[in-house]
Design a protein around this ligand. Structure first.
Ligand code: ADP
Length: 498
């Protein structure tokens, strides 16, 4: 008997067709060493995928393929590039349900966040298509009448993109699209936590869209084995840029190596983001915004708020409203569309969060709500009276934790907010938008938002850090990160040298 076709709206998301091999020179390959590794679902703790475990030899093969493909890709006309990016956007759209299901299963993000990311990736692909036609230089003035003087942007060569697990599909796609749009070819080393969604699914969508062999290559690896792949990147002359999105300690180490090997590096690192609630703020609005900004994606986005600095007259009301809101957030299975707070990525993350909460409590902090966990799902947790020397008071912890502190005035709030050394993002809530703007301008962060969340994320905007949060920007500015400016002159007459 024929089965009735199910309506697309009611059909359960199909099991994702998971690419699980290395993608090198347009081919899906086993790892040279023949090994594989298991990637676990953070909620069920069952194997989500068994993935080829690449090593140095594989990375070298991927670099060679990218180097071979570079010249032709760099010279590909804009119309051909535009068509490829736009076709990739269609592929991403067609695969959205399967990819969203894979994101939930591999990274534990909520179903809503997974869907939202699919929209973001498509927007990014449309931007990349438009960038193909952007002018890539300037005609300069010259003091010599017959000299035609230009500054032109040239791609760098092979870009090695090291991607994180926590940005689902947005960050891996971004780390590929900006270098490609600037005319480079790419080798991706995805996070060992999410090799499928942070690399292999990107390659498979680009393959289906018709990108030429070697333009994008992906080399996943087993946990603890990033080192040899990074060695291949630094040892290769063809690799001209290390494009890293990840933690500050790893970024620091990679930037040092880039210094020694004189490779350009783009570092999009973490931070310690703070929300300033001024004494004229709408406290109910500020509390809900603080709660969502801290607990979204279980506090595992680099843009989450870590500390709220609240004007003393509003402090009690803010804390009360925040705790009440935190308690309403649905926690649990990320497959349930109602869930907002799902599992942390792994046991190590849970242990670190628990240990940092305990350290703060041992030093005198109070947990007003949360603190517990069910499996890897940690309750949204609000802490007050946290001493300055507790790690949670000044270091990013990827978990649903928010520290709240009262401040006497805007000056104290700014002194604390600017005192961490980091500078990724921040937010200010004020009833007077001009006052909010004045305070925002004095915050040392790569982005600051008045009366909206630190999670504010528009793909054409320049998101990135200052100070210890790194450098490099998303959006059209990223073309500058992945290209060199060349001064090119043509002399029409004869000119003496001096
Ligand atoms: P997290 O601890 O949140 O996973 P990391 O900065 O360790 O943050 O991870 C971000 C990316 O950096 C991942 O792709 C990871 O594999 C990679 N990474 C970690 N250690 C190294 C290393 N020694 N060399 C190169 N890449 C690394």
């Amino acid at each position: 008997m024929a089965t009735e076709p199910t309506s697309p709206d009611t059909a359960p998301a199909a099991a994702p067709a998971l690419p699980n091999k290395l993608f090198i020179d347009g081919e899906w390959r086993e790892a040279a060493g023949g090994r594989t590794f298991a990637v676990l679902d953070p909620y069920t703790r069952e194997t989500f995928a068994e993935v080829a475990a690449g090593g140095k030899e594989d990375a070298q093969a991927a670099i060679a393929a990218a180097a071979k493909a570079f010249e032709e890709w760099a010279a590909t006309p804009p119309e051909a590039k535009r068509r490829l990016f736009q076709r990739a956007a269609d592929v991403v759209d067609r695969r959205r349900k399967e990819t969203a299901a894979a994101l939930v299963a591999e990274t534990g993000c909520s179903a809503g966040f997974a869907e939202h990311m699919q929209d973001g990736v498509q927007v990014n692909l449309h931007h990349a298509a438009a960038w193909a036609y952007e002018p890539r230089g300037q005609v300069l003035q010259s003091n010599y009448a017959n000299t035609y003087s230009t500054a032109v942007r040239r791609p760098l060569g092979v870009v090695a993109s090291i991607t994180p697990w926590n940005g689902g599909s947005i960050l891996p796609w971004r780390s590929v699209l900006s270098p490609l749009a600037a005319g480079n070819t790419v080798v991706v080393k995805p996070s060992e936590e999410s090799p499928v969604t942070a690399g292999l699914l990107v390659a498979s969508a680009l393959e289906e869209a018709g990108f030429p062999a070697g333009v994008v290559n992906v080399v996943p690896h087993a946990p603890g084995e990033a080192g040899p792949i990074a060695d291949a990147f630094y040892e290769s002359d063809a690799v001209r840029c290390i494009n890293f999105i990840g933690s500050v300690p790893t970024g620091r180490m990679l930037a040092e190596r880039a210094g020694r090997t004189l490779k350009r590096s783009v570092m999009e690192l973490g931070g310690f983001n703070q929300l300033l609630v001024l004494d004229d703020a709408d406290v109910g609005y500020a509390a809900v915004m603080g709660s969502l900004s801290a607990f979204f994606h279980q506090g595992q986005v680099c843009l989450n708020v870590r500390k709220a600095l609240v004007a003393r007259p509003l402090y009690d009301a803010f804390v009360e409203a925040l705790v009440a809101h935190a308690k309403t957030l649905p926690t649990g299975d990320p497959r349930d569309p109602a869930t907002i707070v799902g599992p942390l990525i792994n046991e190590r993350a849970l242990e670190m969060a628990q240990q940092r909460v305990q350290e703060a409590v041992d030093k005198g902090a109070r947990v007003l709500t949360g603190g517990g966990h069910d499996g890897l799902v940690m309750e949204p947790t609000v802490l007050v009276d946290v001493p300055d020397d507790a790690t949670i008071a000044y270091e990013e912890t990827f978990a649903p934790l928010l520290v709240v502190r009262a401040v006497d005035d805007d000056e104290e709030a700014l002194r604390i907010a600017n005192g961490t050394g980091y500078g990724l993002t921040g937010a200010v809530v004020s009833g007077d938008r001009y006052r909010g703007f004045e305070v925002a301008q004095r915050m040392q962060a790569g982005s600051v938002h008045v009366n909206t969340s630190t999670l504010n994320d528009e793909l054409h905007a320049p998101i990135g850090g200052v100070r210890d949060s790194g450098w490099g920007r998303s959006g059209p500015q990223s073309i500058d990160d992945f290209s060199d400016v060349i001064w090119l002159t043509v002399e029409g007459g004869r000119r003496p040298i001096w």
